[in-house]
Design a protein around this ligand. Sequence first.
Ligand code: PMP
Length: 390
Amino acid sequence: HICTSPSSSSSSSSTVDSNGRDRVINLDHGDPTMYERYWQQTGDKSTIVIPGWQSMSYFSDAGSLCWFLEPEFAKEIVRLHKIVGNAVTEDRYIVVGTGSTQLYQAVLYALSPPDAAEPLSVVSAAPYYSSYPLITDCLKSGLYKWAGDAQSFNKEGPYIELVTSPNNPDGHVRQSVVNKSGGILVHDLAYYWPQYSPIAAAADHDIMLFTVSKSTGHAGMRIGWALVKDEEVAKKMVKYVELNTIGVSKDSQLRAAKVLQVVTDGCKYPTSEEGSLFDFAANVMEERWKLLRAAVRQSGLFTLPEFSPGLCRFLNSSFAPRPAFAWLKCEAPIEDCEAFLRSNKILTRGGKHFGVGPQYVRISMLDRDENYDVFVQRLSTIHLRQSMQV
Ligand code: PMP
């Protein structure tokens, strides 16, 4: 999934390659390079220097439950959630992870009874994030097992339901769908930030996962955090991270602390022309969705999800969601949307990865301007290109 060559996404703004052929636009991954432009203009404010002797110990805060969590980073997580108002941090343990990907695995480990007769079922409503089934089953664990679409799940006994809200890939705000006892909910809130979704209220769930990858755009830092109510669950998550990687890079946590500090300060005391990170990203997303909807209308070959506006208590305005992915449906007679777009040199991820049919694809909305612009331009004229090929 991740480890394919990124060389196809050139940084040139030209629509063609050096041979005069259409350049390949790779929007398969959700790589958040759109954010580089914001961070470039913050200059030294977001720079840290780490001397050679610093961050050498395994330990960050030896006496605390999450002994590898940098206190400075924990402080900035709480400050950011408080100012944005997207999650309750009171009476919660913070567990840091190498991306929220590691925390997802830590959660599975923590919630699975060690001596159960059969593996714990893990479900999520389709279309679900394509990595969930792959990560859940990659080591063929005896503790837990992917059990597919939550909507058709009817097995007796305990289970874990993943609730991704707003959802990857389709952007909808979600609630749990399995209506049975014995379930434990895990809320993946990677996209519950004001650039993507109105912040209606502070999320107040038992287990909530967040990541810098989609909030500030620093996917390469590999930092995520979990807000966990139950002490025993938090302790077992910490144990997993200890067994898996003996903690989380301190260098990354210090950098993450700095980046979150700049974001929160930018919300409190807006100085730059572009405003806060959220103002910047909200404007880019709003503009990109407008362009995409116009291109889809012009082509007449596709449809997109529709969203109703809602009040955002952070940005103090009403707007419709502008998700990090476009969940595009090819209308008949196109059957395989991924193959159709690939033939037009647009790389996307097909519906089958998300538990649905091939008429759907997921398209990243977070790439650099020069790629996004070529993409929408190409999409808007795709019907003309097709008729020329016939
Ligand atoms: N959850 C969801 C819903 C995601 O979309 C992603 C990133 N694509 C992740 C988790 C993983 O994030 P990280 O980079 O922090 O591992």
